[in-house]
Design a protein around this ligand. Structure first.
Ligand code: K7E
Ligand code: CUA
Length: 763
């Protein structure tokens, strides 16, 4: 269509067309847009299913592993808009994660043998469950490269704890939670000696190398893993992969698949066939079937042995106690997924076209009857595949992971080689539908699709390759998460989302209504411990103290200043700055940094954070608020003065600006005019039921705070005026206006909020 320019409008009018016609020309119709962008009716339908208009919110929230970034990516479904990155195993500057002392303490929990590990390979996030259903309280995720597990509290979306696995050198199968999040399951991947820093030759793989599965005890009240009450099960050096916990009838049991049960050792440079040949030679590997409830009891009875100070249940004990069994599973499988009702267990072999559905009832019957086809080389009873299978279904090439629908017996399995998703019935054993994805899908995820109560609706395909889907950005491509509508019989591809932060292996999505994050902290909270921060102060209590060469500042932040506004130290001093954000209003975050000292903090309302550094360079270093928090955000700053030792001032007064009485009067008038605006806003707010709106109450509290400071400034400007010190008089009057501006800003926000949220008049 021709663009309407300033030139063409008069022309159209001159041609006798009225204003209405000109308007019709200037606004494209839906049909015009479809044509111009070559969009089909299918595209339009997809757009309507995903588009979330301004002001509206997503129905589901997804937590995606951030892969090599060591972080978590939070996005909305169906809009696929990214909402947040959560720093987990790696520093995340925006949130100050790794740049303030409180978060550094969390990252330091992830040190291994005293060494900082500043990257992570996150794979599997898991949301805490109650009765097998997502409860939206906590999130867990693992680091495959450096065997670690992290706890994120969904009240503030912050990482609270990192635990290092005491016996593995790598782990893949975490995190998976038991039905009531009693334990978080984490399985090893590549076998290694369990004893820390112990060398064993590869020739002794079978005897000296081990795998395992760890059950991390989770204390829901504290919101932390309790390492002392956690334990592991020693497993053969099969390459344990993913796990899933039983539920319903299978509650108390857990299942861990494995591959390379050949225990093959490669070494192509020594003339041996490579790992990939030796690790896929057999037709089957082993599904590990474990009674974790009984295992926990046996550990309590003291039957575990300590390895690296951690309780490990040896294989022979587990066998004797009847808590560990194996079942053959075809062929190099990846992942194991318990059905929502807990009656079946689905495993797919990457190198087999079949997906196997095991029956928990049959497994239990075999165990009860003592019906085993053999023992593995470690004496573990092996249940015959045909004695445990419910059915096997031919789905396609390279089946990997399975997720469930809200509809009974309906599952979705990713087909890596075929680049497809198969929808199938696992009760009847038949394929229902297939859809192509781009390209090479790994995991897939349906809404709450690994819980006891899947929500259906949407599926996300996590594709390993993006190839030609996006505008090229160099040889390293973003990942492609594809949103698929699964509400109907036929699946429909809706949307491609590039994810540019690493390879997300797995995602979980929860009904947005189940998340109830806070908007502020109780004033003075250390968000990383959830405890009162010892460095917190309230307004008026700010203080700087010195002990030897240690300078400690307890300061506050509130629009638009940092208290204190100068920090005086001597070169070589150790400086600790605690800052409390005194705001109550939603979203009034302040940031804090000091030039060139590599510190940064994000201080949300109520939070207290500490930054610490050695002032080892003489000089003048501005510090400032890093969030644009108010009209006077740029003024929210101060100076760190690092003086040479023994430095003495020669000048004792600041430069003056020669303000006059007229300036003072003009400022007073501005103050009076602004007060009129405030009064009218206050008049409106108090005329409606603002007390029914907690967000508004918080804003009103903040505004009242600002106003309460006015009398002190008023006394100061009047005293200065009496002494005809027009500079001081004018500037203290000006400060009143600053308080008013902040008050008015809050008041207007409150008013808008009330108007938009249907506040009612009160008499
Ligand atoms: Cu990439 Cu679950 Cu680690 Cu499969 S994982 S594809
Ligand atoms: Cu506080 Cu900008």
């Amino acid at each position: 269509m021709k663009k309407i320019t300033q030139r063409t409008v008069p022309l159209l009018l001159a041609a006798g067309m009225g204003l209405a016609a000109a308007t019709a020309w200037s606004a494209e119709s839906l049909q015009d847009v479809l044509k111009r962008r070559s969009l089909s009716q299918q595209d339009l339908l997809a757009a309507a299913k995903t588009y979330v208009p301004t002001g509206k919110r997503d129905e589901f929230v997804a937590f995606s592993s951030g892969g090599q970034s060591g972080q978590i990516i939070v996005y909305g479904i169906p809009s696929m808009r990214i909402l947040k990155y959560i720093g987990v195993f790696t520093p995340e500057p925006w949130q100050g994660y790794g740049f303030d002392e409180n978060s550094k303490a969390v990252l330091a929990q992830g040190k291994i043998d005293g060494k900082d590990i500043t990257w992570g390979d996150t794979h599997h996030p898991a949301i805490s469950e109650t009765n097998g259903e997502y409860d939206g309280q906590f999130l867990f995720i693992n680091d495959k490269a450096n065997p670690r597990l992290a706890v994120i509290d969904l009240r503030d979306f912050e990482t609270k704890q990192i635990v290092v696995n005491p016996i593995y050198k790598s782990e893949h199968g975490g995190a998976f939670v038991t039905t009531n999040t009693e334990y978080v399951i984490e399985a090893a991947q590549y076998p290694a000696p369990l004893e820390n820093k112990k060398f064993q030759p590869l020739e002794e793989m079978n005897d000296k190398f081990r795998g395992g599965v760890t059950y991390w005890k989770f204390d829901r009240k504290e919101g932390r893993i309790v390492p002392k009450e956690s334990f592991s099960l020693e497993l053969p050096p099969y390459w344990q992969d993913l796990s899933d916990a039983g539920k319903g009838p299978s509650e108390g049991w857990s299942f861990t698949n494995s591959f390379c049960s050949e225990r093959y050792v490669g070494g192509i440079e020594k003339g041996r066939p490579p790992y990939e040949a030796g690790c896929s030679a057999k037709d089957t590997d082993y599904l590990h079937v474990i009674n974790w409830k009984k295992a926990a009891e046996i550990v309590k009875q003291g039957k575990a042995k300590k390895i690296n100070g951690h309780d490990v249940l040896p294989i022979d004990v587990a066998v004797k106690e009847g808590i560990l069994f194996l079942i053959p599973e075809p062929k190099s499988p990846h992942g194991v997924d318990v059905t929502p009702d807990g009656t079946k267990i689905i495993v797919s072999g990457k190198l087999d076209t079949h997906t196997s559905v095991y029956s928990f009832e049959k497994i239990q019957a075999a165990i009860k009857a003592g019906k085993f086809e053999s023992k593995d080389p470690y004496g573990i009873p092996v249940i015959g595949m045909k004695d445990a299978l419910h059915t096997q279904v031919q789905l396609g090439l390279g089946p990997l992971h399975t997720q469930y629908d809200s509809k009974p017996c309906t599952a979705y399995t990713s087909l890596y080689v075929d680049s497809q998703v198969a929808k199938w019935d696992f009760c009847e054993g038949k394929v229902l539908d297939k859809i192509s994805v781009h390209y090479n899908i790994g995991h897939l995820m349906t809404m709450e699709g690994d819980s006891a109560k899947p929500a259906g609706r949407f599926l996300v395909a996590l594709n390993k390759l993006a190839i030609d889907r996006f505008v090229p950005v160099g040889p390293l491509h973003p990942q492609n998460h594809q949103l698929i509508d699964i509400a109907n019989d036929k699946m429909q591809l809706l949307y491609d989302m590039p994810l540019p932060l690493g390879e997300p292996h797995y995602v979980v999505a929860i009904d947005a209504k189940k998340l109830k994050p806070g908007v502020r902290y109780k004033v003075g909270t250390d968000s990383r411990t959830d405890k009162p921060h010892p460095g917190a102060v309230r307004a008026g209590e700010e203080v700087t103290t010195r002990k030897g060469n240690k300078v400690e500042v307890k300061g506050t932040l509130i629009r638009s200043h940092i208290t204190p506004e100068t920090i005086d130290v001597e070169v070589g001093d150790e400086v600790t700055i605690h800052l409390t954000n005194l705001e109550r209003a939603q979203d009034e975050t302040h940031g804090f940094t000091v030039s060139t000292y590599n510190v940064h903090a994000s201080i949300e309302p109520g939070k207290t954070v500490t930054v610490k550094f050695k002032a080892d360079k003489e000089g003048v270093y501005p510090y400032y608020c890093t969030e644009f928090c108010s009209a006077l955000h740029l003024e929210m700053m101060g100076y760190l003065l690092v003086k040479p030792k023994g430095w003495k001032p020669t000048k004792t007064e600041m430069a003056k600006a020669n303000y006059t009485e007229a300036d003072y009067k003009a400022t007073l008038k501005k103050v009076a005019d602004t007060q009129a605006v405030i009064d009218s806003v206050v008049g409106y707010i108090t005329s409606v039921n603002f007390k029914d709106f907690p967000d508004v109450v918080a804003m009103v509290e903040d505004a009242t705070d600002q106003l309460s400071k006015i009398p002190e400034a008023k006394a100061k400007h009047e005293a200065a005026a009496a002494k005809k010190d027009w500079e001081q008089a004018n500037l203290w009057a000006e400060q009143i206006w600053q308080y008013q501006v902040k008050t008015a800003d809050l008041g207007l926000r409150a008013k808008t909020y009330l108007e938009q949220n249907g506040a009612k008049k009160v008499k």
